[in-house]
Design a protein around this ligand. Structure first.
Ligand code: GLY
Ligand code: MN
Ligand code: MN
Length: 478
């Protein structure tokens, strides 16, 4: 929710702080008329309308408030890049900061939706240049009429939202934590318990993707694959390559084809590959090392892929690397095969972890214990570390607030999109494994759509089997 800027208040008082009246008058005139645009609705407008209807049906008669969020200050007058709240994007398709979606209940309990947004800068008030976030500084903004056409939504001036919220009575649900002013305005009118229910419901709505979302995730995967190609092209076969350069190379693809990376890229070479969240990326990938690259392009509509490949930097796996790679490959294949509608969500995890346990047992890592025993006791987890996957979508770990009975204890349904990403991580100081395995970390991660028939691997065009990976690297390097 935006307040009137201090500069505008100052102008109303007839004063421009630090600005001569000559300059003030000069800046008000001499600008060409704005082009009046009559844009077509965005491609997902019909989808966002259906999503709002589904939300409306869950909370009849209640005022629903979903902010996009406000920019976060990095230091002084500099902000971090703005990323709107995923639920706001899901329900509007809009990516503006300071926006608030309101679903107003009518007499019959159904809702009318309105997006409260910052209108285009009013030139006559001087806001366009006197406000630090005026259009002269931040670039043009759509007017409210333009946004109404684009989004297929009634759009109102966010500066009137304070009044609306002050007058609000009756049951209200708020997506908290994104807009401090909205949170404060509604503080005495909402309860934490009901708002948690609201957040959970929003998360659960996103479990099954619609056609627009699936197409967008498909695009994000394809762009991600091109980003992996780019990285292979810059990996030196004789010279070390900085992990930072790998990160930057992938980021360039993300910016060109999408909006951003969907999460911090893990560019983990050598023993860094055993650190799951290696995002420092301040090492170097040397020939003979493995590179574990976990990276995803976030599309312009903000849907993200989440893909991992573990590559031999010089193009050929050593025997020890290949032995671990093939175990992870077998586990991932078993996991992917377990993804189908009607399967329990946990099935793919168990399928993959069981295969990993069998390999670890065959390598003698459980001593005299049987596979069953090691599996029951969870001993494999010393080297597998994490769960085998998660939903993806607008967030890399999508739908994270959904109730367990609908997500991890739930059942897969067509339209869900999830990762299958088993791995083995042998820390370089792990004295319980043979020396040849120490410092090897391998993960293979693909993005799997649950279909009516079974599943489709959206990232399948990226080589996955060890031989295919070597052939792909050789091909790209000519
Ligand atoms: N890149 C985050 C994850 O794989 O979950
Ligand atoms: Mn990942
Ligand atoms: Mn993942």
């Amino acid at each position: 929710m935006a307040e009137e800027s201090d500069e505008n208040k100052t102008r109303k008082n007839g004063l421009y702080a630090g600005v001569s009246s000559e300059l003030a008058e000069n800046m008000l005139q001499g600008w060409a008329d704005r082009e009046q645009r009559d844009p077509e609705p965005i491609a997902q407008a019909a989808h966002t309308a259906r999503r709002r209807e589904a939300l409306s049906a869950l909370f009849p008669g209640e005022l629903l408030v979903i902010p996009s969020g406000t920019p976060k200050v990095r230091a002084n007058d500099t902000d971090y890049p703005f990323r709107p709240s995923s639920d706001y994007v899901y329900l509007t398709g809009d990516q503006s900061p300071n926006g608030v979606l309101i679903l107003e209940p009518g007499q019959d309990g159904t809702h009318q939706a309105a997006a409260y947004l910052l209108p285009g800068s009013d030139r006559a008030s001087g806001e366009f240049w006197l406000d630090y976030h005026g259009e002269l500084w931040d670039g043009p903004r759509n007017g409210l009429a333009e946004n109404a056409k684009l989004l297929g939504l009634d759009c109102r001036d966010v500066r009137t939202l304070g009044e609306r919220l002050a007058a609000a009575s009756g049951p209200i649900r708020l997506l908290r934590g994104y807009d401090a002013q909205v949170d404060t305005a509604l503080h005495d009118k909402v309860t934490a318990e009901r708002d948690i229910e609201f957040r959970v419901a929003l998360s659960e709505m996103r479990l099954v993707k619609d056609d627009f979302e699936i197409a967008d995730l498909r695009h994000a995967c394809q762009a991600t694959i091109r980003g992996f190609d780019d990285v292979v092209r810059v990996l030196g076969t004789d010279e070390p390559t900085l992990e930072r350069a790998i990160e930057g190379t992938f980021f360039m693809r993300a910016r060109i084809e999408g909006n951003d990376v969907g999460y911090s890229s893990v560019c983990a070479a050598g023993a860094h590959s055993t650190t799951l969240h290696w995002v420092r990326n301040d090492g170097e990938a040397r020939p003979g090392d493995l590179l574990l690259l976990d990276a995803g392009v976030e599309s312009r509509n903000l849907y993200t892929a989440d893909v991992t490949r573990t590559l031999p930097v010089d193009g050929r796996f050593t025997p020890a690397q290949r032995k671990v790679y093939e175990a992870v490959y077998a586990a991932q294949s078993a996991g992917i095969a377990a993804v189908r509608p009607g399967a329990k969500y946990r099935d793919f995890h168990h399928a993959a972890q069981r295969v990993l346990t069998e390999h670890l047992a065959a390598w003698g890592l459980f001593g005299d214990r049987s596979v069953d025993e090691a599996y029951e006791l969870g001993l494999y987890r010393r080297w597998t570390l994490t769960g085998t996957g998660h939903m993806i979508g607008l967030d890399v770990h999508d739908c994270a607030k959904a109730r367990t009975e609908l997500y991890v204890d739930g059942t897969l349904a067509a339209g869900m999109v999830l990762t299958v990403e088993p791995g083995l991580y042998f820390q370089s100081d792990d004295l319980t494994v043979p020396e040849e395995l120490r410092g090897i970390g391998i993960r293979i991660e693909d993005d799997i759509l649950v279909t009516e028939e079974g599943n489709e691997n959206l990232s399948a065009a990226l080589p996955r089997a060890a031989d295919e990976v070597e052939a792909w690297m050789a091909r790209l390097r000519g």
